[in-house]
Design a protein around this ligand. Structure first.
Ligand SMILES: Cc1cc2nc3c(=O)[nH]c(=O)nc-3n(C[C@H](O)[C@H](O)[C@H](O)COP(=O)(O)OP(=O)(O)OC[C@H]3O[C@@H](n4cnc5c(N)ncnc54)[C@H](O)[C@@H]3O)c2cc1C
Length: 473
């Protein structure tokens, strides 16, 4: 019987196991190795806080590319949403923990080993994969605790790397006032309500923290600091925009693209519309456009445009945006644009040392600091043992952007020079350098189905059109 080991049981790994069950026609064994976060939920949907909402409307969050209404129908099974009509429910941004329940319920349904109709036997193994020794077409997965597992195919669905450290963060790593990982339960040790809390970062994770502080009624002072000082924008309903950059199948240089996007933004502003529509309308083509850029162009994009792109692209639900705006209006939240040079501590405070311009202070005292600067981006100096070992063996190599693992079009790992390709695959945020957009459910559900079909040696179906065009608007 063929064995597949899936490493990582967040959305991507769990849905791949489900797709293997849905599509397998002959006996198959699947071992889902997962540690760190609750199986099925991963980092994003493992939150237990009801104020953390999805940033994609319910209509676009089906776990199945071939059943676009699946999540909406599942929500209809819950009494929480009885008061909403269908139109409202489709446009709702539901709590992320409910989305975690959805993935868990799908897993329970499909991965049930007691179901005699299943030709796939699935085992969920709580453990950490630390290495893969190539063997035949596949390899042997080494685990931290358990026995090695030999498999004909292996999938890495390990998500983002842990947060990167900041200069000086090693020195304060054991200080209770410093929260290195914002996914740990920091709210149980909040300082008094007249204290000063500093958030490093102003992206989606920082917004999670601000919203929770408001939800808890914590009334102290909050400062959020990032290099660009930009908070995510609010979601709005998209519009028909016939002037959007057309898909004429041509490849374009970054210079041409940036000129076209700037012109489109100007036209939108002229029509009193949000310029983010220019980015939304490119959504189904973003991966192809990224792939057609040279490495130098992609690097230039990251240096000059990525921060602005992310702000326009990764928008937040209305109620979340309201909470952040209220915090600013009430004088509770200050957003600072500055570069963090280092962190230190004295008896009274943690200190954040800044390089900034104009009125930006050089040092800020804080009673608590939460690091929301996001996962470590670079892979060549990764501290994750699994990737270190794969690089050392030549089984995998960082992609050309050093933002993930190099893969081919079927998501098979590209080995280092002189090593042969094995049936080892990667999906999810590990493909960010290859595809740029490879983090949200509308991309990951397609990847999970595609890689499952490849593992089963079936021809992957083309994605339904709805997945290619309207994505996360
Ligand atoms: C806070 C947040 C909110 C988001 N909100 C949305 C949203 O509203 N809509 C949307 O479309 N997208 C959203 N996303 C993006 C996206 O849906 C997630 O990033 C997605 O869940 C990624 O899933 P994944 O399975 O690839 O990775 P993860 O969810 O990170 O799961 C990886 C799992 O693998 C485990 N693991 C890692 N290494 C090993 C190992 N060596 N051995 C064993 N286990 C291992 C990890 O502990 C984890 O459980 C959000 C992301 C975040 C972080």
């Amino acid at each position: 019987m063929q064995t597949t080991v899936i490493i990582g049981g967040g959305f991507s790994g769990t849905l791949t196991a489900v797709q293997l069950v849905r599509h397998a026609r002959s006996p198959h064994r699947v071992v889902l190795v997962n540690s760190g976060r609750a199986f099925g939920r991963g980092t994003a949907y493992g939150t237990t806080r009801s104020e953390h909402l999805l940033n994609v409307a319910a209509r676009n969050m089906s776990a199945f590319p071939d059943q676009p209404d699946h999540f909406f129908q599942w929500l209809r099974s819950r009494s929480d949403f009885d008061a909403m009509d269908d139109r409202q429910l489709r446009e709702t941004f539901v709590p992320r923990r409910i989305y975690g329940d959805y993935i868990r319920s799908i897993a329970l349904h499909y991965l049930n080993p007691a179901d005699p109709r299943n030709v796939v036997q699935t085992t969920i193994l709580p453990d950490t994969a630390v290495d893969i020794e190539p063997r035949g077409r596949g390899g042997i997965v080494m685990l931290q605790e358990g026995e090695p597992i030999e498999a004909e195919s292996i999938l890495l669905a390990t998500g983002n790397q842990p947060p990167a450290g900041l200069p000086g963060s090693q020195r304060i790593a054991n200080d209770r006032r410093y929260i290195a990982n914002p996914w740990n339960p920091w709210h149980e040790q909040l300082p008094p309500k007249d204290a000063h809390l500093v958030i490093l970062g102003t992206g989606l994770t920082a917004v999670d923290v601000i919203v929770t502080l408001r939800h808890l009624g914590w009334s102290g002072r909050i400062t959020a600091i990032s290099r660009n000082g930009l908070l995510p924008q609010r979601h709005f309903r998209g519009i028909q925009w016939p002037d959007a950059i057309g898909d004429d199948g041509q490849t374009r240089s970054l210079k041409e693209l940036s000129t076209l996007i700037r012109q489109d933004c100007q036209r939108l502003r002229g029509a009193s519309q949000n310029p983010a529509i220019a980015i939304d309308k490119l959504r189904g083509r973003t991966q192809a456009l990224w792939k057609s850029l040279s490495v130098e162009e992609r690097q230039r994009f990251l240096r000059h445009y990525a921060a602005q792109w992310n702000v326009l692209r990764h928008r937040i639900a209305g109620p979340i945006h309201d909470a952040v705006t209220d915090a600013i209006d009430a004088g509770q939240l200050t957003v600072l644009q500055a570069t963090i040079e280092g962190l230190s501590a004295n008896e009274r405070h943690l200190q954040i040392h800044l390089a900034g311009e104009g009125d930006t202070p050089r040092t800020i005292d804080a009673d608590m600091v939460i690091n929301c600067t996001g996962p470590k981006a670079r892979f060549s100096d990764t501290t994750v043992p699994l990737y270190q070992n794969l690089f050392q063996r030549g089984v995998a190599r960082p992609d050309a952007m050093d933002m993930g693992l190099a893969v081919d079009d079927s998501f098979a790992l590209q080995p280092a020079e002189g090593h042969s390709t094995a049936a080892i695959y990667a999906i999810g945020p590990l493909l960010k350098g290859t595809l740029w957009e490879s983090v949200a459910v509308p991309e990951l559900r397609g990847q999970a189905m595609q890689v499952a079909r490849t593992i089963l040696q079936q021809q992957p179906d083309p994605l339904p059109q709805s997945d290619l065009i309207e994505y996360c608007i």
